[in-house]
Write a protein that binds this ligand. Structure first.
Ligand code: ADP
Ligand code: MG
Length: 724
């Protein structure tokens, strides 16, 4: 609990994360007992010998065998935390995770097992959050993305004596790029140990990739799992899951005894929350139902709530964990007997038409389905209920293996990184699976269009500077432009970028939507959602200062204004970190003289995402046409500040597209078409017939579809030619 005069730097929102459940003596003892029961413990010495004798080792083991939590500790106990580097500094043990939640949760667990404070001997680092101590930390869990960025500053990874690439079979984009970089690095750093852990699927690929590296399999015991399919395909998988869970729960609770917990696989925060809510509602309708603990788990869930899923199984109260695919391999929940599998996953997929990644709901692969089923058979025989038909798996509707991320998502971020690591010819890079050529070209083209690459495909000065920020290229470009004298508004832009990097700051509960909209009105800047975000932040910060950082006062101010305190505090944190990067690199911090400068700067960075107003009321929505793909209709998001202002000609830039019922532009700012011409000359020009009139009528003609396509094709060809 915060006192009236404490600094906000005590970060109230972090309090529960760091202080929840410091283990008591008894707990510590029981933790040590648990450790010794793990399959990894039984093979410790053989495993350590294999690692000692080889530079690269592939470790395979069932989930829950102790790979993630034990390997780092074994290595530490073997002295890998006290190796010295060439310049006499202590080298540490690194462990990469594909997911942020896993990095945090596992670091916490290991710090408990080692009986130390999280952030000291054992720490973690994820984007915008570094809980490590440069002097004390010996075991560092981090996302693969963090290690990638560290390679930029320290190409030989001098800081590490060994690196464990955990969950490599997940084949996330960052992991795949790291694998390629390590293939090159291990030749230059013969003393660096690399350990790749993998579920059984894919393990051979890694072995071959690293020149027949030895495989070490942690023997584990699994129990048979019976699999039931749905008879018919389910129109609503959430409803089907709820029904299935209740059936399991009610049929298998005799004399109030829980015979095993339930794990449900859903796709994301939204359907997880609805599932939990529906379960509770249905349960409440029953008379004296057997008790059920309903626990959600997804990446943005606060840490103290995440921890609940690990609570000991209880013979009197069944628990049902409703999870994303994070529970497939990353996190192990003990005591699961029943699995309910929606058969779906939310995947990032590059949409060439939109020129960006979109989240799509797709069927999981057969390998994932097996992995999910396996979760029911860890402690005894189990049962899996698949909410899809057996035919769905037979008719080639499911892939055998998931498609690696590198073959389906936007590559601009990693390409920029590789370019700055002087990997000039991407085609020569040792990919485990190379990205498709189209995807590669699209991403290179994007980088060229925002000015990160020149016509020869070389990194520009702007491109080089962009890599200093751990954010997507367009946003780092905005920051860099804003610090130029011509725009002179980096303070404002940094705040906007920070606000764009956190989960939504406005709260809009369905029951109180009208009230929430009214509260939002006083923050609105009618020509810009970006400026509205800035305005919200500025007013919030003013009040934070006025209340002398009193947590209760600022919290009630936020509630009154339908704002999310947690997101705002996080934005403040991110803003401070960006400011640090600015100072470190001598990029000027400047305050704008007018809103127009900020809008100009946004236009200069987002001209490739621009649109022109067409009709104000099309079935209640405001319709725009995309300026780069003029055949593409887009709509103003119902929460946009622009709703209601209806000038005759509006050009806008937008931060992102959200695909729900319509193609909605999210976070929009009105720009002057002349700015588009000035900054976006790569795409926009004035047709000859308008040239004389341009003085009086500011109106860029929309070239028709074929014109744009021809222009784009021409550019792409020229660009590709130069690439070759
Ligand atoms: P693997 O990486 O091989 O899948 P882990 O090292 O993640 O296995 O897990 C080993 C054991 O530690 C499992 O039984 C798991 O339930 C337990 N465990 C992991 N994290 C936690 C935690 N935060 N709280 C309690 N138990 C945990
Ligand atoms: Mg693991």
């Amino acid at each position: 609990v915060l006192g009236a005069d404490e600094e906000p730097e005590t970060k109230p929102y972090n309090k529960d994360e760091t202080e929840a459940g410091e283990p008591t003596n008894e707990e510590a003892e029981s933790i040590q007992k648990q450790r010794k029961l793990l399959p990894a413990f039984a093979v410790r010495s053989d495993l350590m010998r294999t690692i000692a004798e080889n530079q690269v080792t592939v470790v395979i083991g069932e989930t829950g065998s102790g790979k993630t939590t034990q390997l780092t500790q074994f290595l530490y106990e073997e002295g890998f935390g006290s190796n010295l580097s060439s310049n006499g500094e202590r080298r540490i043990i690194g462990c990469t995770q594909p997911r942020r939640v896993a990095a945090m949760s596992v670091a916490k667990r290991v710090s408990e097992e080692m009986n130390c404070t999280l952030g000291e001997e054992v720490g973690f680092a994820i984007r915008f959050e570094d809980k490590t101590d440069p002097k004390k930390t010996l075991i560092k869990y981090m996302t693969a993305g963090i290690l990638l960025r560290e390679i930029l500053a320290d190409p030989m990874l001098e800081k590490y004596s060994c690196v464990i690439m955990d969950e490599a079979h997940e084949r996330t984009l960052d992991t795949d790029i790291l694998l390629g970089l390590f293939k090159q690095l291990i030749r230059r750093r013969r003393d660096l140990k690399l350990i790749i852990t993998s579920a059984t699927m894919n393990a051979d690929r890694f072995t071959h990739f690293f020149g027949d590296a030895p495989q070490f399999t942690i023997p584990g015991r699994t129990f048979p799992v019976e699999v039931f399919f749905s008879k018919n395909s389910n129109a609503d998988y959430v409803e089907a899951a709820v029904k299935q869970v209740l059936t399991i729960h009610l049929q298998n609770t005799k004399n109030q005894k829980n015979d095993g917990d339930i794990l449900v696989f859903m796709t994301g925060q939204e359907d997880i929350e609805i599932t939990c809510q529906l379960l509770q509602e249905k349960l409440d309708l029953l008379e004296n139902p057997p008790p059920l603990d309903i626990l959600p788990i997804y990446s943005t869930l606060p840490a103290d709530l995440q921890k609940k899923i690990f609570s000991k199984s209880n013979s009197l109260k069944r628990k049902v964990v409703v999870a994303t695919n994070i529970a497939e391999t990353s996190l192990t929940v003990d005591g699961i007997k029943y699995v309910v599998d929606s058969g779906l996953v939310k995947l990032k997929v590059y949409n060439p038409k939109l020129g960006m990644d979109t989240l799509q709901l797709v069927p999981i692969s057969i390998a994932n389905a097996q992995q999910r089923s396996g979760r029911a058979g860890r402690t005894g025989p189990g049962i899996t209920y698949r909410l899809y038909t057996e035919r769905a798996t037979e008719e080639d509707k499911m892939y055998v293996q998931p498609i690696p991320e590198i073959q389906r998502t936007n590559l601009t971020n990693v390409l920029l990184l590789l370019k700055s690591l002087k990997v000039n010819d991407i085609n020569q890079f040792p990919f485990l699976d190379p990205p498709p050529k189209d995807l590669l070209n699209c991403s290179l083209y994007e980088l060229w269009s925002i000015g990160a690459l020149d016509n020869l495909g070389e990194l520009t000065e702007l491109g080089k500077a962009m890599t200093k920020f751990p954010i997507e290229p367009t946003l780092s470009k905005t920051i860099l432009l804003s610090s130029r004298p011509e725009f002179h508004c980096s303070e404002e832009i940094i705040t906007i970028v920070a606000m764009l990097s956190v989960p939504s700051v406005v709260v809009r509960p369905k029951e109180r939507a009208a009230e929430a909209d009214l509260a939002r009105e006083k923050f609105l800047i009618s020509e810009s959602d970006h400026l509205t975000l800035l305005n919200i932040y500025t007013q919030w910060e003013t009040n934070l200062r006025k209340f002398k950082n009193n947590y209760y006062k600022i919290n009630s101010w936020c509630n009154k204004n339908f704002l999310q305190l947690k997101s705002l505090l996080r934005a403040k944190d991110i803003k401070n970190q960006i400011v640090l990067i600015m100072k470190k690199n001598n990029f000027p911090l400047t305050r704008s003289k007018s809103d127009e400068d900020v809008r100009k700067c946004l236009c200069a960075s987002f001209y490739q995402q621009s649109a022109k107003l067409v009709k104000v009321n099309v079935g209640g929505a405001t319709e725009f046409l995309n300026l780069r793909h003029s055949y593409m209709k887009m709509y103003l998001h119902p929460t946009s500040s622009l709703i209601g202002s209806t000038p005759e000609s509006i050009y806008v830039i937008y931060h992102e597209l959200v695909l729900t019922t319509k193609e909605y532009m999210n976070v929009v700012t009105v720009v002057d078409p002349l700015w588009l011409l000035e900054y976006g000359s790569k795409f926009f020009y004035i047709a000859d017939k308008y040239k004389q009139r341009i003085q009086s009528v500011v109106n860029i003609d929309l070239p028709d579809r074929s014109d744009i396509e021809r222009a784009l094709e021409r550019d792409t060809h020229e660009f590709e030619k130069k690439q070759e």
